[in-house]
Ligand binder design. Structure first.
Ligand SMILES: Nc1ncnc2c1ncn2[C@@H]1O[C@H](COP(=O)(O)OP(=O)(O)OP(=O)(O)O)[C@@H](O)[C@H]1O
Ligand SMILES: CC(=O)N[C@H]1[C@@H]2OC[C@@H](O2)[C@@H](O)[C@@H]1O[C@H](C)C(=O)O
Length: 374
């Protein structure tokens, strides 16, 4: 297919567990293939430092030494990921670099992804598209979720109306209607609260296989309290910060570790059920780390009136969709195609976005801009 570019997409999500990197070949509309992929975990120490920035991000000066040092360490992990994939596949055109979100406050027109794109470009010798969310937020959009165009391209042939649910630190849904129209929002918490709860009670980074929640009983009274948050009555589009529901940890503080985990799992599930979609999907595909948690998957199957399947059943890699997505969006950005839309982020119009840096690359290859060198 002509006009195709090979991109490495990089995502370090709100779970703060590390970098996912994936190769995709696309023209920004069609997907020719998805190639090799890998995950490089953050060390527990780097995860803790990144986690520490979240609580301070709203008042953090951009030259804070701890912020800058953490940003460089996170960037270096991304450089390692790109180098490893690039060594397997030398013919790469560009990189889509999401960066690590440390703050997301669209109502204040702020969204902050840290990561040094110039250094990534310099040290890999590749063009880098980054800063995907700012243009949308500056125009009054939510700046998230940005994955819906990708879901729609990837699942073009799946039955409709279709819901694609990502359970990451935060959970978000893409709804693709029979006429191809796309709606989206963040539904509520994903794994982040459960991760924090499990870490403080077991020392493990998550509630592995839902073992803690499985032994507990969700408290209906606490669940009702959690779901009274005005976010759930708000119509889509809408988006969340990882820390948006962090007060839920205080709400369940008096529970046993098992009952707290069960209540937080039920919170994630019930928030998905309350997502105000335009119609009932015929199928829910689930991606993101939360699909590995059987308590979440079983709860979703009970709560939703349609089959709920891991997206892997359609032949995709449910752990790599977000990384592939940022390769796809990098190509879309380069071609000035929309990254968002009014029904996706609430932006006033379909908007492109992202910024390109070629700090490590002279001359800039012509094929990036669609003109073949003769
Ligand atoms: N076996 C498992 N049992 C329970 N939970 C799991 C398991 N495997 C992964 N997870 C959960 O998945 C999380 C990672 O998910 P993922 O990588 O999709 O998040 P992310 O991409 O960082 O988040 P976001 O989509 O919000 O940016 C872990 O933090 C953990 O909570
Ligand atoms: C601000 C930010 O980083 N948001 C993430 C987060 O993680 C899941 C959910 O919240 C989603 O809205 C978004 O990520 C995906 C990749 C997105 O933009 O579609």
């Amino acid at each position: 297919m002509s006009g195709m570019l090979t991109a490495i997409g990089l995502m370090s999500g709100t779970s703060l567990d590390g970098v996912d990197a994936a190769v995709i070949r696309t023209d920004g509309e069609r997907i020719e293939s998805c190639g090799p992929a890998l995950s490089l975990p953050y060390s527990p120490e780097l995860r803790a430092r990144a986690r520490g920035l979240l609580d301070r991000a709203a008042s953090l000066p951009p030259d804070d030494p701890e912020l800058l040092a953490t940003e460089q360490d996170i960037t270096f992990r991304h450089i390692e990921a790109v180098r490893e994939l690039h060594s397997l596949l030398p013919d790469v055109d560009l990189v889509g670099f999401h960066g690590q979100t440390i703050l997301h406050a669209p109502a204040e027109r702020r969204t902050w992804q840290i990561g040094d794109a110039d250094r990534l470009s310099r040290e890999t010798g590749l063009a880098v598209v980054h800063d995907f969310r700012s243009a949308d937020v500056a125009a009054g959009g939510e700046g998230a979720p940005l994955v819906p165009w990708f879901h729609a391209a990837l699942l073009r042939d799946a039955p409709k109306p279709l819901a694609v649910l990502n359970i990451g630190g935060v959970a978000n849904v893409t709804f693709i209607d029979t006429d191809g129209s796309i709606h989206a929002c963040d539904t509520g918490p994903g794994n982040a609260l459960l991760d924090d709860w499990a870490f403080s009670h077991t020392g493990q980074a998550c509630d592995v296989d839902g073992r803690l929640a499985r032994q507990g009983k969700a408290s209906p009274a606490l669940l009702e309290k959690l779901l009274a948050d005005p976010y759930f009555a708000r119509p889509a589009p809408k988006s969340l910060d990882r820390q948006s529901f962090v007060s839920a940890l205080k709400t369940v503080a008096g529970c046993t570790p098992e009952d707290g985990a069960a209540t937080l799992s039920a919170f994630t599930i019930e928030a998905v059920r309350r997502a105000r979609l335009p119609a009932t999907p015929v199928l829910w595909y689930v991606c993101g780390g939360g699909r590995h948690n059987p308590v979440l998957m079983e709860g979703l199957r009970r709560a939703l009136q349609a089959p709920v399947r891991p997206v892997d059943e359609s032949g995709l890699d449910g752990d790599m969709l977000e990384a592939q997505c940022f390769g796809f969006l990098a190509v879309r950005a380069l071609r000035n195609l929309p990254l968002s839309a009014p029904t996706i982020t609430g932006a006033p119009a379909m908007l492109s976005g992202g910024r390109l840096t070629c700090a490590g690359l002279f001359p800039i290859p012509y094929r990036l801009f669609g003109t073949e060198r003769t």
